[in-house]
Design a protein around this ligand. Structure first.
Ligand code: ATP
Length: 213
C-alpha cells in the first residue's frame, strides 16, 4: 500500500468471456506503472440468452477469480455482472465516486473501445467522474473523433492522469498480446488448443465445464 494521501483506483471493464493473457499482462503492468492501490476488473452484465455459446455470469466471474488469485491488487468486482439489467459505465463510475469521494479514479480501456467512446452513454459525464487511460491494442487504430478528444483534453489538463482527479486522458503502451476472447471461443469450437492464451487454471476450468464448444 502506498503512503500517498490520495488513493488511486483503477477500473477495467469488459465481458471477459473468457479472461485471457491479453487482459492480464496489461493489467499487471498498469498496476505497476500507475502505482495503483488496486485495479478492479468489472465484468459487464450480459443477457443470459445472447451470443451462445458463451459462459454464464457465474462462470465468467469464476474464471476471473481463478486468473487473479495470485495477485492481490487485482480485484474482481461483480456489481455490473450481477445486476438484472445492463449498467452504463457512467452509472457505475458515479457509484464509485460516492464510495471513494477523494480517490483518483482511472478507467482503463483498450484503443478499440476508446475509438467508439463517442457512442458511450454520457461520455462527457464520464470525464467529470474519472480519468481515462487508453491502452494500446494490436491492430486497433484511433478514430478521428477520439484523437480530437485526446488533443482537447491534453490541452486543458496535460497528458498525464497522475495528480488530476478527473478528465485527463493518457495513452499507455503495454506489452501487446494479439489475443481476443472471440478468437479463443472460435478455437475451442473448432476443437483446437488454447494453451498459453489463458492461465492454466482457466484452461482447466473451461475443459471441465465444457465451455464454448
Ligand atoms: P471479445 O473478443 O469477446 O470482444 P475481448 O478479447 O475484446 O473480447 P473484452 O472483455 O471485450 O475482451 O475486453 C475488455 C477490455 O479489454 C476492452 O477495453 C478491450 O479493449 C481490452 N482488451 C481486450 N483484449 C485486449 C488485448 N489483447 N490487448 C489490449 N487490450 C485488450
Amino acid at each position: 500500500m502506498s503512503n500517498r494521501s490520495q488513493q488511486r483506483i483503477g477500473l477495467f471493464g469488459g465481458t471477459f468471456d473468457p479472461i485471457h493473457f491479453g487482459h492480464l499482462r496489461p493489467a499487471v503492468e498498469l498496476v505497476e506503472h500507475f502505482q495503483l492501490d488496486h485495479l478492479r476488473l468489472l465484468p459487464n452484465h450480459r443477457p443470459a440468452h445472447r451470443d451462445k455459446p458463451s459462459a454464464s455470469t457465474a462462470q465468467r466471474i469464476h474464471m476471473l477469480n481463478l486468473a487473479t488469485e495470485a495477485m492481490a491488487q487485482l480485484i474482481v468486482d461483480s456489481r455490473e455482472a450481477e445486476r438484472d439489467k445492463p449498467s452504463y459505465t457512467y452509472d457505475t463510475l458515479s457509484e464509485f465516486r460516492d464510495d471513494y469521494p477523494q480517490a483518483s479514479l482511472i478507467f482503463f480501456m483498450g484503443l478499440d473501445a476508446f475509438s467508439g467512446f463517442d457512442r458511450w452513454y454520457r461520455w462527457e459525464g464520464i470525464l467529470e467522474l474519472a480519468n481515462l487511460v487508453v491502452v494500446d491494442r494490436p491492430d486497433a487504430t484511433l478514430s478521428a473523433w477520439s484523437a480530437n478528444l485526446l488533443a482537447t483534453q491534453s490541452e486543458k489538463l496535460g497528458n498525464s492522469v497522475i495528480n488530476v482527479s478527473a478528465g485527463a486522458i493518457e495513452r499507455c503502451s503495454v506489452t501487446q498480446l494479439a489475443i481476443s476472447a472471440t478468437d479463443i471461443r472460435h478455437r475451442i469450437a473448432a476443437g483446437k488448443s488454447i494453451e498459453f492464451l489463458v492461465p492454466e487454471r482457466v484452461n482447466r476450468y473451461i475443459v471441465q465445464q465444457a465451455l464454448y464448444r
